[in-house]
Design a protein. Structure first.
Lengths: 653, 653
């Protein structure tokens, strides 16, 4: 079973027989998987579209509504601007799509904004992109789930008081699903997306048909319109504001560029084609919904979503098709949150591997997923939902800045990459962490395309930040720099630590230590103390027992017993007039540390009582624990706990 | 500085120079006191009356009102029974006083129900008395403070919504006062009692004078009467119920018998005379208040206390004398809580010394008081006040059962003590823990007196339990047995432990252990690991390093580095297919423990990283902590932490 591998230093390897026992978590998330079980499946274009498009496509469920929301302050007359604004957004979508085509081909190993920025722009931009993306993953969960719950409430208004609770339960369910480890290739997960696309095309198809044939009416019994008391004028600022709100339709477009490795070979080509299909579906659905919203005179309301108003007008009431559309929209919105659950833990693990985030995020749980990241995401998103009472309109101003910031950084990075490629000679190769640089014809054009993309997304980001500053965008403008600062603080801790502990250029420890002093605090003399004393004497001949005297009678007893049982060991009694235990002991130990000779090791042997039942702890002073806590931070001492258990209890069990 | 005391075993004694640093607690409760500073003052009869009578006297502030409260359900006609009931209660007071006279003389060292029961009736009755008393101390705080707040609210009705807050703040203030350690001899603390007695005698004096001269009217603008919708008949049960409520006037009478040691010599005589004076004042005030209540036709109300109604009728409105009476009543009620703050921690410490309560209760804090007991009392009383919304009428049904239970036990104990004395021969002495038994003439009479007292209080207790069972007395009938059970569970833990660890009849540990195996878990190889390795090799030549392999690349690195730096030490690699760290390691260690030879010691050396800043903990796995937690409960292994600190940070500081 043990097989030596090496002659000089004996290295043995053995397989642990340990199998995790059955527990509640098995039932919740499934039996533990072995590391060797990691799945290696890849997916085709159709499934890929379903898997990666849910986030992007789901935004059609709220983007039009959020445009209406801004225009409402100028009265329903301003609704005429919805369609033109939507056209501008679709144009932006086209630019971003073309720009990302190039990223996908350049980074076949996955080209998220974090990797592209890191390889081309340096640490700081990479961390900015990272924090922007992490923030937006969290917001994606909060926004999508809140929007999904809004759909449910539109169909069943009596559920309105339970919005927050429903949303939090949904967040937890998706968390469990992801802790279980959803197989991305599963067709199960593709179904809702296709169902949604189908239902939406049926809705807008019938809607446009009825509109053309003149049989499409307007919303019957519209929900209460939410407008300001006094209407404001239609200003360019207002139009830009509405435009900014609508750009939330573009969130999720970057998902495919992050997940290229999941595609079948030729990966980049398949991913690129999928991206184009996704953009076409997204753009056409968005335009159609925006157009029909105007036709049916849907209004902005907290009580019923625009999709719900549209669907019940198109389908003449709340029949089966209406309910199908609402169900599909709800499910796709929840699926969109699922995309964030895939992205956040992976990006977290990537940044943690680069030592910008706590190492715990690289830890894969029993089901081979980054459990800590998944739980972190769920907790923060739940808090957001609770704070913002699951209201999409309150969350939207925080959303999308991060997306456009990472779009911009990613494309600036790409532009810089093309420029670097332009400097190479033919045949030359430069290997970077995320991709390989080779000279390419036409690098100038490609650089221009990415630069133009970067410019557009940067402008949108600015519009977003300015028009929505007062509504909440300022929060993000504080959070992202704060996160970046935090990431670098974490990084410098890990870097310092590694530099301090590294064995590179390490010449070995100073010459062998010779003297070993042992100090043993005793509060009462009993069998446990004697066992600890025996251990102390096993370590060294230089043992000093220390008793802190709080009650004189107690000290008298200790002294007497020590003469009988102390085996001649030196006992120091520290009088503690203020009845403190830890402090005088620490003072004494510190004095010894200060007078320590070089090459002297000091060990503190602490007899520690281990109760057989947990609640027994309440009946003991736990001084050993306090002492340990204090002593651990003193350099140059080693702390040894000699536990004594009351075994009679254990034998009984 | 170090002075050897003994030739064979070197025992040295030193005074710790450690002075507790200034902190917030100095400001709150005063600078720490040395053990030698413990006060040894004793007090005379007058101050003694003031110090120990506040609890008993304060009950005159609510006892009459609580009788009215019960009678209210039969309409105000039933109020005619108040005075006769009060006479019965005063008769009971006389019996208890005579009975306690004997206790005071028998136990000059302090004769609380706990001690008397323990010495004469055994462990179980003592613990019943103890839990009854502890429960009642808590209720004294809750009831007195709530009643004090009720007085304040009577004078300033606008404070009504803040009852609970005011009460909790008062509990905390008295807690701080007691943590500071109130000198019982202080005349400061005697003033409020005298003020109260004076104001009450002025009130009832003027009241009776005006009543005799026919100038005493009835309550002007009486508060809203709280009566049931349908009046019930006046039944014997109702009268007994009202009587039971009124017996709360007797709470606190036992205080003097607990505090005999505080009196000047001749202690017992002084204490006995003080008790008689207290009973006379208490009885006369109570009777006078009950009488005048009927004269002025005061009514039972949640909004205004009976004392307030009486005082403003006697003084013709809310003038200075009225406010003085209310202030005096409020202060005495809060002082009564103070009595409980003195009693609870002392009884707690006594029971803890007898090992029926956690040892922590014997610990005297920086001001030489039993801090843990004081804080425990404050926390539980605050919870009670919050749960019962500071309402006296809701708390009263829980109150006083405990008092009468301990009265009864104490007097049965005394009766048994007389019987034991009767069995002694002249001149014979038996020394018990709390007193000395000597033959006495007339032991039969004294036994009869105590037996009669016990009978009376037992009957009252039964009346109390039966008439108030449904109102809440059942809670106490559950809590007291539960507490007794808990005390015995605690006791058996301490007893087991002591039996297991005792050195009586201990023949010494088995022969010296010979083999010392060291196991050292390593997760990465760095300077910290090497220091731990050096330490491990200092302990023994038999060192095995164990690496749990979670990531294959990491393991590859560890293996390579170990060949360079491992100094030839054996390395065991445990493959962990489920990516668990602790479990495979534990399994391996357990296997070694199971195969352990007799006389073999196993030490686990754990390299433990100690971050220089507390928050850095969040960036590390803390596996050392988890491992320690698990290993401590395994018999036969010793755990050693070799800490490595990043010292560069520390040098910077």
């Amino acid at each position: 079973m043990l097989t030596p591998e090496n002659n000089q230093t004996e290295i043995m390897r053995r397989q642990s027989d340990y199998k995790p026992p059955r527990s509640l978590s098995h039932w919740l998330i499934g039996r533990p998987l072995q590391t060797a079980d990691a799945p290696e499946q890849t997916i085709g274009k159709v499934i890929g579209l379903a898997v990666f498009a849910s986030d992007a496509l789901s935004s059609t469920a709220y983007a039009t509504q959020e445009i209406l929301g801004v225009l409402s302050v100028a009265g329903t007359a301003a609704y005429d601007y919805v369609f033109p604004i939507s056209i501008a957004i679709v144009a932006l979508l086209a630019i971003v799509t073309i720009s990302y085509q190039q990223t996908i081909h350049a980074y076949p190993g996955g080209g998220g904004a974090y990797i592209v920025s890191r390889d081309n722009l340096g640490e700081m931009p990479a961390q900015i992109a990272g924090s922007a993306l992490l923030t937006d993953y969290i917001l994606t969960v909060a926004v999508s789930i809140s929007a999904g719950v809004a759909q449910i409430v539109s169909a069943y208004p009596s559920l309105d008081p339970y919005r927050v609770q429903i949303a939090v339960v949904a967040v937890i369910l998706i968390m469990l699903l992801n802790l279980r480890g959803v197989k991305e290739s599963g067709t199960t997960i593709a179904l809702p997306t296709f169902f949604f696309v189908a239902m939406m095309f049926v809705t807008v198809g019938i809607g446009i048909f009825r509109s053309l044939t003149g049989t499409l009416g307007v919303v019957v019994d519209p929900p209460e319109l939410h407008v300001a008391e006094t209407l404001v004028a239609i200003t360019p600022f207002l139009i830009l504001h509405a435009f900014a709100n609508g750009t939330t339709a573009l969130t999720g477009v970057e998902a495919i560029s992050n997940g290229i490795t999941a595609f079948k070979e030729p990966r980049s080509r398949n991913a690129a084609i999928t991206l184009i299909w996704m953009s076409i579906i997204l753009g056409s659905l968005f335009l159609a919904i925006s157009h029909l919203t105007g036709q049916v005179q849907a209004v902005y309301s907290h009580d019923e979503t625009v999709v719900s108003q549209l669907a019940r007008t198109v389908f003449n009431g709340r029949g089966l098709l209406y309910l199908g559309t609402i169900a599909a929209t709800t499910v796709i919105l929840i699926m969109a949150a699922n995309t964030a659950y895939a992205g956040f833990p992976r990006l977290g693990a990537l940044a943690a591997e680069d030592r910008f985030l706590p190492r715990q995020l690289t830890f894969r749980g029993s089901r081979l997923v980054y459990s800590n990241g998944i739980v972190t995401l769920a907790v923060i998103a739940s808090l957001l939902i609770i704070v913002f009472r699951a209201r999409v309109d309150l969350l939207i101003p925080l959303y999308a800045i991060g997306v456009f910031l990472s779009f911009t950084l990613s494309q600036i990075g790409m532009a810089r990459r093309w420029w670097k490629i332009g400097q190479l000679e033919e045949g030359q190769e430069v290997v970077e962490a995320g991709s390989v640089l080779r000279y390419e014809e036409g690098w100038r054009t490609k650089m221009l395309i990415n630069s133009f993309g970067a410019l557009c997304t940067a402008v949108v980001m600015l519009i977003f930040a300015i028009t929505k500053f007062r509504e909440g965008a300022w929060v993000v403008l504080i959070i992202i720099p704060a996160l970046v600062k935090l990431f670098f603080t974490v990084h410098s801790h890990y870097k310092d630590l590694a530099a301090h502990l590294t064995l590179d250029r390490f010449s070995g420890l100073p010459s062998r230590q010779t003297r070993h002093r042992v100090i043993m605090p005793v509060s009462g003399i009993h069998q446990g103390t004697l066992e600890a004393l025996r251990y102390a004497k096993l370590l060294s001949d230089d043992v000093t027992a220390v008793h802190v005297s709080i009650e004189p009678e107690e000290t008298e007893k200790v002294q007497k017993k020590w003469k009988t049982w102390g085996e001649g060991t030196r006992l120091v009694i520290l009088d503690s007039p203020f009845r403190l235990f830890i402090e005088p002991l620490l003072e004494y130990i510190e004095e010894i540390i200060d007078n320590r000779q070089p090459n002297e090791t000091i060990t503190i042997v602490v007899p520690q009582f281990i109760p057989s039942k947990r609640w027994h702890h309440a009946l003991h002073m736990r001084t050993a624990d306090f002492l340990r806590q204090e002593l651990l931070s003193k350099p140059g001492v080693v702390i040894t706990d000699v536990p004594y258990q009351v075994r009679r209890h254990q034998e009984k069990e």
